[in-house]
Design a protein around this ligand. Structure first.
Ligand code: C5P
Ligand code: MG
Length: 317
């Protein structure tokens, strides 16, 4: 019978512990009071696996409205790309009123924790379809969009510049996958000076006629709960994202979790969910579904810290 010889194991364990400390980068931001995690050790293991693989293996997939943009500022809601269009330069008062009524009807359904995504789906199609029809009737002018964005209170989350700059420096592709309006989204990015070449966008784009007047929306409608379809149909066309098996995913809706469904042969996926609204009602399902949940956190601090850690691999130096 072989007896244990602890004096051999103790130094081995000590060396392993020191090695772990040396190779792991701590992320103090994960201790913020706004952070909830179902399984902290899994989060850390995933981050370290992604760190070892380096920036060359990483892609970031993010939602736009209320994920890259703030939810609220000084107690007031920050407009989504659709809401930025609520400007008299583009639509009349009657249309604005109807859009607000639709928002009041359908937004509570979108965030209702007592309904499944399947149950919400037909309501989302109704909402988006009706709003797009209203917008088309208004004959929106393409050359007025930039001014409407300028006059709006659109705001990206605090720390956004660090986020976009880091991704660009490290040549990590960023896919923004939005059920908002692509043309408006691009203009928000341009005016914040972060519409870099590593940014790719899937969204609802406006189709203008030769005189620059809106006549339709291009392609298949994207709403909050059909992002999986868009992810699968666009995957082949997004060459910059291919061969990058590690995914950092950011979203504010449970529907955003399907944005990475087009990534074939993924190795590690880390999901961060912004829980902006209906916090108590949705907390449990968010913690069950996202790896990291950020409760009423208007900053990019945690995403930036995770990104800094993943892209600080020795391989990149
Ligand atoms: O970029 P993202 O996918 O988040 O854009 C969709 C968001 O826009 C939804 O969460 C929804 O609340 C909002 N929306 C809106 N007005 C509409 C349609 C959607 O504010 N007419
Ligand atoms: Mg969103």
């Amino acid at each position: 019978m072989v007896h244990h010889v602890p004096w051999i194991y103790t130094p081995v364990r000590t060396v392993l512990a020191i090695w772990n400390q040396l190779t792991k980068t701590e992320i103090p931001e994960l201790a913020k009071s706004s952070v909830l995690m179902r399984e902290r050790s899994r989060v850390e293991d995933t981050i370290h696996a992604m760190q070892r693989a380096g920036a060359g293996s990483l892609q970031v997939i993010s939602d736009f409205d209320m994920t890259l943009t703030r939810f609220a500022h000084n107690g007031r809601r920050v407009p989504t790309t659709h809401n930025i269009l609520d400007n008299r330069l583009l639509i009349d008062e009657d249309c604005a009123k109807k859009m607000r009524e639709l928002l009041n009807t359908y937004y509570p359904i979108e965030i209702d924790s007592s309904r499944t995504a399947e149950e919400k789906l037909p309501f989302m199609v109704e909402w988006w379809t009706e709003v797009h029809e209203l917008l088309i009737q208004q004959g929106i002018r393409k050359d007025m969009l930039a001014q409407a964005v300028q006059e709006s209170s659109a705001m990206l989350r605090d720390g956004y510049k660090l986020f976009f700059d880091r991704l660009t420096e490290q040549q990590v592709p960023l896919l923004i996958f939005s059920a908002g309006v692509g043309d408006v989204l691009e203009e928000v990015m341009r005016q914040h000076r972060v519409f870099y070449p590593n940014v790719h966008i899937i969204s609802n784009y406006m189709d203008f006629d030769q005189t620059g007047v809106l006549r339709a929306f291009k392609g298949q409608l994207i709403h909050t709960f059909n992002k999986r379809d868009g992810a699968l149909s666009h995957a082949a066309g997004l060459r910059a994202l291919q061969g990058r098996p590690n995914v950092l995913l950011l979203g504010d809706s449970l529907g955003d979790l399907t944005m990475a469904d087009g990534v074939s042969e993924h190795q590690n996926i880390l999901t961060i969910g912004f829980l902006n609204d209906q916090v108590e009602e949705r907390k449990e399902s968010y913690v069950d579904s996202f790896d990291i949940v950020l409760v009423r956190d208007e900053t990019m601090d945690v995403a930036n810290a995770v990104l800094r850690c993943i892209t600080s691999s020795r391989r990149n130096k």
